[in-house]
Design a protein around this ligand. Structure first.
Ligand SMILES: Nc1ncnc2c1ncn2[C@@H]1O[C@H](COP(=O)(O)OP(=O)(O)OP(=O)(O)O)[C@@H](O)[C@H]1O
Length: 378
């Protein structure tokens, strides 16, 4: 299956009335309330041309509301939205250079695939001959030409997804807004679809804003991942930055594979901050100005940075009993009961010989350099 057999030609910047701007989208301090409830609280974001941006966070954190503000389906109470450098905060959806794709795909059930795909161009009142030629080209590009006369009800989930994407991209919008677009797809289909989408997005040059609560999706697809919690942005960065340097205890806890610790700062020596926790005193590398003694702090260590082969360099240690062993793809994860009621995770490559047995009491250690001190106590 190769939906990239023919490239989608897109040059939004060449459209009349648009100077070539630096940013496809800019959100400046967006706030949205529903009565007393704040759904989006001071969200600012810059999306460069052709970027794939994932809004990631738990249910109810404000991802969809942020997307709906960009789409013009909600009006923010405060803040500005610039699309392609042009103020668009109060423009209706059809005057924004955007398209949307929803989880249920929202295809018109009574229309054929070809009619569904043509819809955007018909709304723009393009000449009939141009619409026919362009629909033919796009149906071929997305490898759905054979489905042209079928109705959405007779298509598989993967086919419907492709029709919805073709319909959204045919008008060559500057921004494509996608709300959990593969959430309804079979798990086995998702990996293939994600790869196709990523290649297609890069080739088209259209910026994607993709809402998801699934971190695997966000880390596979996003050039920029924006982690939201309680209506605010907790952290944004490349997948690598978020995985390696979680900025807050929330981000560290939300991202798989982190061990998060809470405690109080207890002084610095030799560039290491001592932190007193319920499990004892640990040392954390701290590059910036160290928090004053007594300040509540949190830090995290990735499960693959832990070891049971403890040497002098592993200054931080805990003894705990192994309560479960699980496999995540090629990784063997050991879970230990921590005395504070949390779970300690320690990952080894599954290809390595197993050293730890269920129920075994083990000393697990890690280096101070492998800890990440969070910017705020969470
Ligand atoms: N029209 C509305 N009226 C009142 N509250 C709303 C409305 N729309 C959203 N909310 C509330 O705003 C909060 C954020 O909702 P939003 O849909 O943006 O979250 P989300 O992060 O997209 O969640 P999910 O992943 O579950 O879709 C939620 O608590 C939701 O109940």
């Amino acid at each position: 299956m190769d939906i990239l057999a023919q490239p989608i030609e897109v040059d939004s910047a060449a459209k009349p009335g648009f100077a070539r701007p630096q940013l496809d989208l800019e959100l400046r301090n967006i706030r949205k309330r529903y009565g007393d409830f704040i759904a989006v609280d001071g969200v600012s974001l810059k999306v460069r041309k052709g970027q794939f941006v994932c809004l990631l966070g738990p249910s109810g954190c404000g991802k969809t509301t942020t997307l709906r503000c960009v789409a013009g389906l909600e009006e923010p109470d405060e803040g500005d939205i610039l699309i392609g450098g042009k103020e668009a905060t109060r423009d209706p959806p059809w005057q924004r250079d955007i398209a949307m794709m929803f989880q249920d795909f929202a295809l018109f059930p009574h229309m054929t695939v070809a009619k569904n795909v043509a819809f955007g161009l018909e709304m723009l009142k393009r000449p009939k001959a141009e619409i026919t030629a362009r629909v033919d080209q796009v149906l071929k590009s997305f490898e759905i030409a054979a489905l042209a006369n079928r109705k959405p009800g007779s298509l598989s989930g993967g086919q419907r997804q492709r029709v919805a994407l073709a319909r959204a991209m045919i008008t060559e919008p500057r921004l494509l807004l996608l709300d959990e677009p593969i959430g309804a797809l079979d798990y086995s289909l998702r990996e293939t679809v994600m790869l196709e989408l990523k290649l297609l997005q890069k080739r088209s040059g259209i910026s994607f804003i993709w809402v998801t609560h699934d971190q695997n999706e966000a880390f596979s697809l996003g050039d920029l991942v924006v982690v939201m919690n309680h209506a605010r942005i907790e952290q944004m960065g490349t997948p690598e930055e978020i995985l390696q340097r979680p900025a807050t205890a929330f981000v560290a806890g939300f991202v798989q594979g982190n061990n998060v610790f809470h405690g109080r700062a207890a002084g610095t020596s030799d560039g290491l901050l001592a932190v007193d926790t319920a499990l004892g005193r640990f040392h954390v590398s701290s590059s910036g100005s160290a928090p004053a003694a007594g300040t509540a702090v949190s830090f995290s260590v990735r499960a693959e940075k832990m070891t049971d082969l403890v040497g002098d360099e592993h200054g931080n240690r805990v003894s705990a009993r192994c309560s479960a062993i699980e496999f995540f793809g090629s990784v063997r994860r050991h879970l230990f009961e921590r005395s504070d009621g949390e779970v300690l995770k320690y990952d080894q490559f599954g290809a390595q010989a197993a050293r730890i047995e269920l129920g075994q009491l083990v000393t697990i250690g890690w280096r101070a350099d492998d800890t990440v001190l969070h910017g705020m106590a969470g």
